[in-house]
Write a protein that binds this ligand. Sequence first.
Ligand code: SF4
Length: 273
Amino acid sequence: MSEFKMFCYQCSQTSQGKGCINYGVCGKNPTLSRLQDNLIFGLKGISAYLYHAGELGYRDKNLEKFLIETLYTTLTNVNFDNERFIKLALDVGRINIETMKLLKKAHNETYGEPEPVEVFTGTKKGKGIIVTGHSIKVLEEILKQSKDKGINVYTHSELLPAHGYPGLRKYENLIGNLGKAWYDQRKLFSEIPVCIVGSSNCVLIPKEEYKDRFFTTGIVGLPEVKHITGYDFSEVIERAKILPTLPEKNGNTILTTGFSLSSILASKEKIKE
Ligand code: SF4
């Protein structure tokens, strides 16, 4: 790719049916092509944050309008004005911050502001479900629906921050966090014989050995993996009940999370020392 000045194959006029790599057949120049690529990169993040805020009922029409119009702007033969795209590149940064604020508000108002907490990284004796991805709403539903059914719930890797929310910590079946980097998941999920629920990125195509105990929900989809709709996780819970019991086992470390703005401000004098 590095020898290409650009790469665009978004329309049927694309050069030789393979892609415009020096200049667009339509007249798109390499600078414009890269500005559009960067813009789409920013819109991906905004989409993810807006999606998760929307799961909790928090929406913002202005942010959604920006997302729709800006994505449309990158389509073939809509806008060739580099100056407009430079302005949009600045706007996308600002809108990204606003979207993250909306998501923070959704989480904090629904589950309370995070508080510093130590997180167990081992397993407790019993049946289990691992929740991977970033959806706090999916985690909450699984905790709620499995709490009196002898199922222990573990977050995976990047879902560690969920443990800081008082509204989730109140569930005694929220046990701990398993796994390290997301790309180690194939090894972890093979070794720990419980159900896994994929609630957002980052999921990898699962191995055969755990595909039948992997479930997706919401925006996530994997080939030959059962998809759950409408936040009804009863099928996952029933499956978890008949899978092997995990042993009592300590983790190699204790993790910490929940360092929200309020908790840091409350400790500012100590931090200054
Ligand atoms: S939009 Fe323009 S640059 Fe892109 S593939 Fe079509 S002709 Fe080529």
